[in-house]
Design a binder for this molecule. Structure first.
Ligand SMILES: [Zn+2]
Ligand SMILES: [Zn+2]
Length: 251
């Protein structure tokens, strides 16, 4: 299995995952043009993609979905709550939250997360005995999220804001409340505490995602995560960002 976070942050989110001959995108918040550019930079032909799976309807996750799906004739997989927001896609395939489904060689388990969207999900994806999980846009770590991510070999985990930076930034009070609420986004502190629970001998890659540009820095997010690792060594601990794709990480 290989994956790359093509972009992540408040403005756009898109992750590439492949196993065997199956290639998918999780969300497509970038323009189709930028998505193509970043895939090609990794040596991936966009025409070789098989599908797009969608977490929720916020624009930073679906902006590029219709054009990308039509241009490359990609079926778009979404649950009932999200699918009504996906107009003009090549083909819509519905999944049921909590029920696994297959795309080619990938087995995909969508799990419910708490966030201010209609039916938001994270995904655990298995292929060739390897498990990749992504959980971003969640206000809190629920028992279901813990269960879904357990035993992952690679994790993309939200580390949205530093608590103090959020309180001190010039967002309106209501927005600060929304972000830090249980239906908002995961702080560095909550994310790193959860990371400590996810550590096991076969966890290789951790990519921190959905960092706020106004109330976080990659240094603060990494510092919080590193404080939980101590003796545990990962092959990769890095932050994804808006401007560039991460390297293609192999498992
Ligand atoms: Zn988002
Ligand atoms: Zn969102």
């Amino acid at each position: 299995m290989r994956f790359s976070v093509l972009t992540s942050g408040s403005k756009a989110n898109c992750t590439y995952v492949e196993s065997g001959s199956t290639r998918i995108l999780i969300d497509c918040g970038l323009s189709a043009r930028q998505t193509e550019v970043r895939l090609r930079a990794l040596g991936i032909d966009p025409a070789s993609l098989d599908a797009i799976i969608v977490t929720h309807e916020h624009s930073d996750h679906i902006n590029g979905v219709p054009v990308m799906s039509r241009r490359f004739e990609l079926p778009v997989y979404a649950n009932e709550g999200t699918s009504s927001f996906l107009r003009g896609v090549f083909a819509l395939e519905k999944f049921v939250t909590g029920k696994s489904f297959s795309i080619g060689e990938l087995n995909i388990a969508p799990f419910s997360i708490v966030h201010d969207a209609h039916e938001p999900v994270g995904f655990s994806i298995e292929g060739q005995g390897i498990k990749f999980s992504q959980a971003t846009d969640l206000g809190k770590v629920t028992p279901l999220v813990r269960e879904a991510l357990r035993g992952s070999h690679a994790v993309v985990l939200e580390s949205n804001h530093d608590h103090d930076m959020l309180q001190n930034c010039d967002y309106p009070w209501e927005l600060k409340q929304r972000i830090s609420s249980s239906h908002g986004h995961l702080s560095n502190e909550s994310s790193s505490a959860f990371l400590a629970e996810l550590l096991h001998g076969d966890l290789q890659h951790v990519v921190l995602g959905h960092l706020s540009e106004n109330s976080n820095t990659p240094e603060l997010a990494l510092k919080a995560a590193q404080s939980q690792l101590s003796a545990h060594s990962l092959a990769t601990l890095m932050c994804a960002c808006i401007a560039n794709e991460t390297p293609l990480l192999s498992l």
